[in-house]
Design a protein. Structure first.
Length: 581
């Protein structure tokens, strides 16, 4: 190690810091003269100093920063930039990358040839820090096998062993100072492991739950919860407090639900986190909603619409005024669909205003307003104020009550295009839902342009996609009674998709445009099943029929479509007409 060339300087530094005494130094120097081994190595071997003390003293002597490598500190994706052989040869290991700067732990951080070689390999600026050679080689060996399982690391470590890159930021940018990184508490590091892993795997939510045996952390990927990690016992209260601190919530209040938010920087991307706490019998549960702006797909062609459905939806949006509703359960992608519609409509000559709770993503050329319930600024009040702002297009995040529904309908009738979300099972039942909110049938028939009901289905992992033959009962549920023996596609499960067979999601869309025949039925107060019968005559495809077409195109599996779609008796039936389309 380069610092050993000045052994007297190192010995003096250790003496000055009080790490050793004169007698210990003399004994180590005498042994060094006989064996020609490094002074620091001998002092550690004799138990006089710890590796950490030696590392800090050597770094101070050399005028560089130091780091003791631990699990979680090394980004496995960044490790691949250099590779095992080069890491061993250079006695260096990359830790993390922020934009174009790569921080590398090196046995000789002052070696310019090593820095130049790393710069050539990675095409990054190199930020060298000091680490012990034995520590570097130990972790090169551990990370050489490929991806590192975070859960396996955490469950096998004591609290003091947890360490991870501190990359969070609350409104002022990334915090990547190495001093903060090394000094970060184990709880901070554990929370960061969870956040960074969730972001990297494309999770939409993180669940931190109290358990009789400690804490259980799960995350939702492609709409399905899976285990992320199980921290050591006794850490739950501290983990909850850490998340509440960064979410600017009251850590002393444990009896009432709370909400907070924080912005972090992970993988060089800005991520918004919405934090929600809830008291349970065993302690507080935290759910963190992850809003990754890089995952927002605003181009409508990227969402999964079939060509025919997309054409119908676009026609609904091209009308100069009227109400267009997007319905579906929580987490079905309704807001993304609305943003896609706004992306289609926005231009310098159109005044678009939105009312949201909260504003999830910021879009150019659109005026976005966030409600504030505690001061009485709700959807209905905001919507009334918006009407005095000369809008062309209005987007309402959610119609939650009768007042908001009535103002939205009135806005649609007075020359505005109004887009909004609503909670219903399918498109036809939206009419009954509006009627339940005391909107007169004649107003609904006049104002409503159409409804899009949607679900999100997982797409087949391309790395392990294979042919298969669905069971007869699955074909029957899908309305494909005559397709026995027809091959479909599914994923077998592999490392890429965490053995699920699925990677990513796409939308399944039921698009109902209000035609003149449908307007007459709505005006007359016809029941939902009568509306469905008329829609079937008009060639309308239900959610399940739309999903089956996607499965027949090899984009998802039949079982997945059956899982995510619901069919009432009136909406069930064969999809022969859908196949013909």
């Amino acid at each position: 190690m380069s610092g050993e060339a000045s052994r007297t300087r190192l010995g003096d530094a250790l003496l000055r810091d009080g790490a050793i005494n004169e007698q210990q130094l003399s004994r180590a120097l005498a042994e060094q003269a006989r064996s020609n081994r490094m002074l620091g190595e001998l002092l550690i071997e004799q138990g006089v100093i710890t590796p950490q003390v030696f590392l800090l003293t050597l770094a101070k002597t050399l005028g560089v920063r130091s780091v003791h490598l631990r699990h979680g500190l090394i980004d496995p994706q960044v490790f691949k930039l250099v590779g095992t052989e080069e890491c061993e040869r250079l006695r260096a290991v990359p830790l993390f990358k922020v934009r174009d700067t790569l921080t590398v732990a090196m046995a000789e951080p002052q070696s310019l040839p090593t820095i130049d070689r790393l710069r050539t390999i990675t095409s990054c600026k190199i930020r060298p820090v000091l680490a012990l050679e034995a520590n570097i080689l130990e972790f090169v060996k551990k990370y050489s096998g490929g991806d590192v399982n975070v859960d396996a690391f955490l469950t096998s470590l004591s609290e003091s062993d947890l360490e991870v890159v501190e990359r969070e930021s609350v409104d002022e940018g990334p915090a990547t100072d190495l001093d903060k990184l090394v000094a970060g508490s184990p709880i901070i590091n554990l929370v960061n492991v969870a956040l960074l892993t969730a972001v990297r795997d494309g999770a939409s939510d993180i669940h931190i739950e109290p358990d009789k045996k400690g804490t259980r952390i799960r995350y939702r990927v492609d709409g399905v919860l899976r285990d992320l990690m199980k921290p050591p016992p006794g850490m739950h209260a501290s983990i909850v407090s850490r998340v509440k601190v960064i979410g600017k919530m009251d850590i002393a209040e444990k009896r009432l639900p709370q909400e907070g938010r924080v912005r972090i920087v992970a993988e060089g991307r800005d991520i918004d986190l919405r934090v929600s706490s809830m008291p349970t019998l065993l302690g507080e549960k935290i759910v963190v909603r992850v809003l990754d702006k890089s995952n927002l797909r605003v181009r409508m062609s990227d969402l999964g619409f079939r060509a025919e459905s997309l054409a119908t939806f676009t026609h609904m949006l091209e009308r100069p005024h009227g109400l267009v509703l997007v319905t579906g359960p929580t987490g079905s992608g309704k807001t993304t669909t609305l943003y896609s519609a706004l992306d289609l409509l926005r231009s310098p000559d159109v005044n678009i205003l939105t009312v949201e709770d909260p504003v999830e993503y910021q879009l150019d050329l659109i005026n976005q307003i966030q409600t504030n319930e505690p001061i009485g600024f709700n959807f209905a009040r905001a919507l009334r104020s918006i009407l005095r702002q000369d809008p062309d297009v209005i987007m309402v995040g959610e119609i939650r009550d009768q007042e908001t529904a009535r103002v939205a309908v009135q806005a649609a009738l007075t020359g505005h295009l109004v887009l909004a979300t609503l909670h219903t099972n399918d498109a036809p039942s939206t009419i009954a839902r509006l009627a339940d909110m005391s909107i007169e049938k004649y107003l609904i028939s006049s104002a409503l342009n159409g409804v899009v009901a949607q679900r999100l289905a997982r797409t087949i992992c391309q790395a392990c996609a294979t042919k298969y033959y669905p069971a007869e009962d699955v074909l029957a549920d899908a309305g494909l009674h005559d397709q026995v023996g027809r091959p479909f596609r599914k994923g077998e499960g592999c490392r890429v998709c965490h053995d699920t067979g699925f990677k990513g999601r796409l939308g399944v869309y039921e698009v109902m445009e209000v035609s003149s025949s449908l307007k007459r039925l709505i005006y007359a107060g016809s029941a939902t099943h009568e509306l469905r019968a008329q829609l079937a005559k008009d060639g309308f495809l239900t959610l399940r029929q739309e999903g089956v077409l996607l499965a027949m195109d090899g984009k998802t599996s039949l079982e997945e479509i059956i899982r995510v779609t619901h069919v009432d008796d009136e909406g069930a039936g064969p999809v022969a007409k859908a196949r013909a389309a």
